[in-house]
Design a protein around this ligand. Structure first.
Ligand SMILES: [Fe+2]
Length: 216
């Protein structure tokens, strides 16, 4: 699977154009960045653009969805079945559901916490995980929306994501770290967000982060 990243949008958002290099069937993770450069890439690599995966329904991750639908009116949109987001093109996906992109496969993993409908999208074959705002380079997502839940986030990070192979590369929803992507192994080495002894410890790390954030 090929991954090409695009940065822009509301706040250093990342959109990822992904495709199967045998069939050229392509998909996008989060329509969060102006579409011009993405459309250029679809044309340049002669891709058959078929679907869009949405990591969660925060507005910045959906900003450019309408622009894609205008050009690709039959596109499939994949989002967590728990979402309140509605559109006639949506296919609601469940935890562990597998979606094929040509010869490649994406496993949808429900990871609530940052938002109630958060999902990560995993290409197991190439150790690639699109984490949206659940995990960034150096920290987890925040839990400040009214439908965020810190206990859910702890469970999603510690019982699901950190149990994936350590060599898994995280492709986050925003460019908030000192590099654009990172392995789970390295993220554990550089950040105490991923070294909590238990839930209370994790909660303390999150609270400290919010406190220091307000000062700056
Ligand atoms: Fe978000």
């Amino acid at each position: 699977m090929i991954v090409k990243s695009f940065e822009g949008g509301y706040d250093k958002n990342f959109s990822y154009l992904i495709w199967c290099n045998k069939t050229n069937i392509a998909s996008l993770i989060d329509p969060s960045v102006d579409i011009a450069a993405i459309i250029d890439a679809i044309k340049k690599y002669k891709l058959e653009f078929k679907s869009i995966f949405i990591t969660h329904s925060h507005h910045d991750h959906l900003s450019y969805l309408k622009d894609f639908i205008d050009i690709y009116p039959k596109i499939n949109i994949y989002i967590n079945y728990k979402t309140e987001f509605q559109h006639s093109l949506v296919s609601y996906v469940k935890n562990n559901q597998k979606i094929t992109i040509g010869n490649e496969q994406i496993t949808c993993i429900s990871t609530p916490g940052h938002f109630y409908d958060s999902m990560c999208f995993w290409n197991e074959k190439h150790n690639i995980l699109f984490t949206g705002d659940t995990v960034f380079v150096g920290r987890t997502g925040r839990v400040v929306s009214h439908k965020s839940n810190i206990e859910d986030l702890y469970h999603s990070v510690y019982d699901i994501i950190l149990k994936l192979p350590l060599e898994t590369i995280i492709y986050p929803g925003h460019n908030y770290g000192n590099k654009d992507k990172i392995s789970i192994k390295e993220n554990k080495q550089i950040s105490n967000f991923f070294n909590a002894q238990n839930f209370k410890d994790f909660e303390k790390t999150m609270k400290n982060f919010e406190k220091n954030r307000k000062k700056s």
